[in-house]
Design a protein around this ligand. Sequence first.
Ligand code: SF4
Ligand code: SF4
Length: 82
Amino acid sequence: ALMITDECINCDVCEPECPNQAIYLGQEIYEIDPNKCTECVGHFDEPQCVQVCPVACIPVNPQHVENRETLWQKFQRLQASA
Ligand code: SF4
Ligand code: SF4
């Protein structure tokens, strides 16, 4: 999963781009729910939020480093529960 750092300027462009509705406005800045973020695996070749973020503040979440297979399984779980 990816995460949003405190460099976020709350511009709001990433939130509607997420195919998994993983991005939400938290207490101060936008945040990513690691249980919903597949790094866009299953939907797009590149993480959509990273593509649109004007300040490049969306790195991999160091507490949720996942390989492609794990991300694919998460995508399939999310599809099943949708
Ligand atoms: Fe959503 Fe994709 Fe960004 Fe994860 S990488 S938060 S799934 S847009
Ligand atoms: Fe924050 Fe970047 Fe999302 Fe804008 S696109 S709300 S700066 S994370």
